[in-house]
Design a protein around this ligand. Sequence first.
Ligand code: R5P
Length: 310
Amino acid sequence: MDDFVVISGTANPPLARAIAAELGLSLAKCRIERFPDGEVTVEVEQSVRQRQVFLVQPTAPPVNDHLVELIALADACRRAAADWITAVVPYFGYARADRRKARRVPIMARAAANVIEASGIDHLVTLDLHSPQVEGFFEIPVESLTAVPTLVDAVRERVDPQTVIVSPDFGAVERANALARRLGCDIAIVPKRRVSGSEVEAGEPIGRVEGRPCLIVDDMISTGGTIVKAIETLQRAGARDGVRVVATHGVFAAGAQQRLFAAGVEELLVTDTLPAPADEAPDVRRISVAPLLATALRRLALGESLRDLF
Ligand code: R5P
């Protein structure tokens, strides 16, 4: 991997370091600063001329700052004659804004994709995109990987065949199905309606949950509102107490984890695509996707297939 350079933005350096370590590399030295007016400035402090560059930067909150940093790093590498720039964006902010829900509103996922491409990024590696159509917003190749097998391995031992895998809305049904197939469980769906960015409503669950343990799966948890509503609905329908929750992206707005445990979550498992919040609850389990991402990058570097990683 000598021809490769791994650069981290400030969104999640521990994940970038773990990926680099899996590849037997160290992170490239890089200066990233903010001017007093909020503008970002970066300098890559080693040569990237004719090298393949992996830029690791989930566009985690603050999403706009981290997106601009990614663009600044890509522009710096392109102007320094890097041969090929792969952006590793395990969590893609704005992915939920993937369609127009009203007139005169933007499709921000598409706008973010345009900006990323214009910065000179050649290839994108991402994980559990909120919806598959986001991949189509890019002209460059996109490797849209999934953490489902990693999550399944982490919960398999504690899940009995009685467990129902619950999708907390219609958007997560495919993911719930993938989990249920691998664990040999049934699925149920909670019909959700989003009222605002922080408020949701949920209808009666579709599927048999009475007297059974439930495991809710989602792509991301932000305020926790979606999961809390799903739990309330499952409890009304007689599901067994002590719901388990797994999600790829723990975005966790302030107080979200505490809200989830107060609602009756017994186990909360997320990956490390985003850094832990300052108020991380001690009972949260985090599992690393660094081995998965490093495997993907190694194969891309060697021109090998990624087929079994999807
Ligand atoms: C929405 O469709 C997503 O899959 C998640 O369910 C949602 O974004 C989670 O957000 P929150 O935790 O704020 O309800």
